[in-house]
Design a protein around this ligand. Structure first.
Ligand SMILES: [Cu+2]
Length: 169
């Protein structure tokens, strides 16, 4: 009986440890045997109306390595063209611009989120609907290739970044 209890406690401890570390099994590790240095969390794609040809994907990159890594490119079946973007304020307006890569600091993280670095999905092959999942294939300078699943979620309207925000309701 005591043994069973301590076993359960150990399992609980372990699972909370995993939660703390944030390194769950949601990520595919093509090079698992080599010890993947970059982990990806919370990947999501912005739900857009069917008239939209563009959307964006967001995620958090965590670098467990000792040197800076760079997200170089992303592929997905959802879009014909995928670009890495950042956002800057220009004449009081937020505008986005392509960047050659997204830096992921050594021992740190990089948040790709609305109003910051993001993955721009251009010429959508289909309309991403709430709850659907799409694979994103991420290419890193050092960490190689990582495949993650991104869930389609509702985001704030991109009115400051994009002009075409259809008024619904
Ligand atoms: Cu963009």
């Amino acid at each position: 009986m005591f043994k069973m209890k301590s076993y359960l406690r150990m399992m609980l401890l372990l699972s909370s440890l995993f939660l703390l570390l944030g390194c769950t099994a949601t990520v595919d590790h093509p090079h698992a045997g080599m010890g993947q240095k970059v982990h990806v969390h919370g990947a999501w794609v912005r739900a857009v109306p069917p008239v939209s040809h563009m959307s964006a994907a967001y995620l958090t990159l965590i670098n467990h390595g000792e040197k800076e890594d760079q997200l170089l490119s992303v592929e997905t079946e959802l879009a014909k063209v995928v670009e890495l973007h950042n956002v800057k304020k220009k004449d009081g307006m937020m505008s986005m611009f392509p960047v050659p890569f997204v830096p992921v600091p050594a021992g740190g993280e990089q948040n790709l989120k609305p109003g910051s670095y993001h993955i721009m999905l251009i010429n959508l092959t289909q309309t991403p609907k709430l709850g659907e999942k799409y694979d994103l294939v991420l290419h890193f300078k050092h960490a190689g290739v990582l495949k993650v699943s991104a869930t389609v979620r509702e985001g704030q309207p991109m009115k400051k970044e994009m002009h075409k925000v259809p008024k619904e309701k």
